[in-house]
Design a protein around this ligand. Structure first.
Ligand SMILES: NC(=O)C1=CN([C@@H]2O[C@H](COP(=O)(O)OP(=O)(O)OC[C@H]3O[C@@H](n4cnc5c(N)ncnc54)[C@H](OP(=O)(O)O)[C@@H]3O)[C@@H](O)[C@H]2O)C=CC1
Ligand SMILES: CC(=O)N[C@@H](CCC(=O)OP(=O)(O)O)C(=O)O
Length: 341
């Protein structure tokens, strides 16, 4: 049994994490933290947890976390995670960070896209990018996991087989992605206020969304490890859609040679043969079919000589809490699917 702590317990990804962990046979949620003064109970913060866990939050204190837990899930905004992580690592706590703070290898790239300096470059050196489908071997011994972004996981899982097998041109890849509003977190913002986003569909972050360098870094890494040195360059355009949860990406890429849908589907099936949470499907994926699950559904089409990949997942599960539990399973020697199927 592994004792775990949830840091930032009042948010959406924390709620999903706790829902998964209370059903996990090898995990016990021993501590939850919040900055709120009155030590709120988890079932007050998240009524869906009523009857499932009896725990009140406390303020974050690395000594207290280290005395209660050996693994901490950080469900904090970026910036706050890298403030909390060094103290936990110094006390031997293994960290699974759901924020973006440890995903980019280069602190200068982080500063360019996140508009503030990285305060824990040593942590960046230590961190392992927690997308099990690509880095399964590196995850079990890791002390610090950088859980991937939700759009990022969708795009990377959709493109990795094409990059790894050198099937497509590495520049001009178009990622047109749509997300439900929970992707923006629980804290109220003007753009996610009901009358602003309901019955409306809008693009945002055009040309400057911070998942762009993360997608390019990971796909560039996959490309290099299979022998191709050119960087990967994507045009990533996110959209906000008036639904609670789910991401769907439609991706367009230029093949290097003639492309057959049949061969591409075979390529995807063999690439993800050992990945229980990637479903390569013949139908066109829809967010409803992966909602509340840890699955990423994807399919491939060839249209007018271009390759189209359509992929979807639940941003709060496969895009955040579910993959965090998948990483936890690998780190603690449980089957990868524990508590997730
Ligand atoms: N929502 C999603 O679909 C996804 C989110 N992520 C990432 O996961 C992390 C958590 O996201 P999510 O749960 O949606 O966010 P929420 O905004 O729902 O929750 C974050 C929680 O962190 C606490 N918090 C906020 N600011 C600070 C701060 N400055 N210092 C310490 N604690 C703070 C708050 O709790 P309190 O006020 O009680 O202290 C808050 O409830 C983020 O980094 C996000 O980018 C990643 C993939 C998908
Ligand atoms: C709809 C919406 O606002 N989505 C968020 C992405 C959430 C996510 O994956 O967060 P991090 O990668 O920052 O951890 C956004 O576009 O900023």
């Amino acid at each position: 049994m592994t004792d775990v702590a949830i840091v930032g317990a009042s948010g959406y990804t924390a709620r999903e994490l706790i829902q998964l962990l209370v059903r996990h046979p090898g995990a016990r949620v021993r501590m939850a933290t919040s900055r709120q003064d009155e030590a709120p109970r988890l079932d007050t913060l998240h009524p869906s947890l009523t009857g499932r866990i009896d725990l009140a939050c406390e303020p974050f204190d690395p000594d207290r976390v280290a005395s209660a837990a050996s693994v901490a899930f950080l469900a904090l905004p970026h910036g706050a995670s890298m403030a909390a992580t060094p103290g936990l690592r110094a006390r031997g706590v293994r960290v699974i960070d759901l924020s973006a703070d440890y995903r980019l290898n280069d602190p200068r790239v982080y500063a360019d896209w996140y508009d503030h300096e990285h305060t824990d470059p040593a942590g960046l050196e230590e961190a392992v990018y927690g997308l099990p489908e690509l880095y399964r071997e590196a995850i079990p011994p890791a002390g610090l996991i950088a859980n991937p972004g939700c759009y990022t996981s969708t795009a990377i899982l959709a493109l990795a087989p094409l990059v790894a097998r050198d099937v497509i041109e590495r520049s001009g890849i178009i990622i047109d992605a749509k997300s439900g509003v929970s992707g923006a977190g629980r804290s109220p913002k003007l753009t996610t206020h009901y009358p602003e986003c309901n019955e409306s569909l809008s693009a945002y972050g055009v040309g400057r969304h911070r998942h762009t360098p993360e997608i390019e870094q990971v796909l560039g890494d996959i490309g290099r490890s299979s022998g191709g040195g050119e960087p990967v360059e994507v045009i990533f355009t996110p959209h906000l859609v008036p639904m609670d949860r789910g991401i769907l990406a439609t991706i367009y890429a230029e093949p290097k040679g003639p492309a057959s849908e049949h061969d591409l589907m075979d390529l995807y099936r063999s690439y993800y043969e050992d990945s229980p949470f990637v479903r390569v499907v013949g139908r066109l994926p829809a967010t409803k079919d992966s909602a509340f699950s840890n699955f990423c559904d994807l399919t491939v089409r060839v249209v007018r000589g271009r390759i189209l990949v359509i992929a979807c997942l639940d941003n709060l599960i496969k895009g955040a809490a579910g993959v965090a539990v998948q990483n936890f399973n690998l780190m603690t020697g449980h089957p990868e699917t524990t508590a997730l199927l």
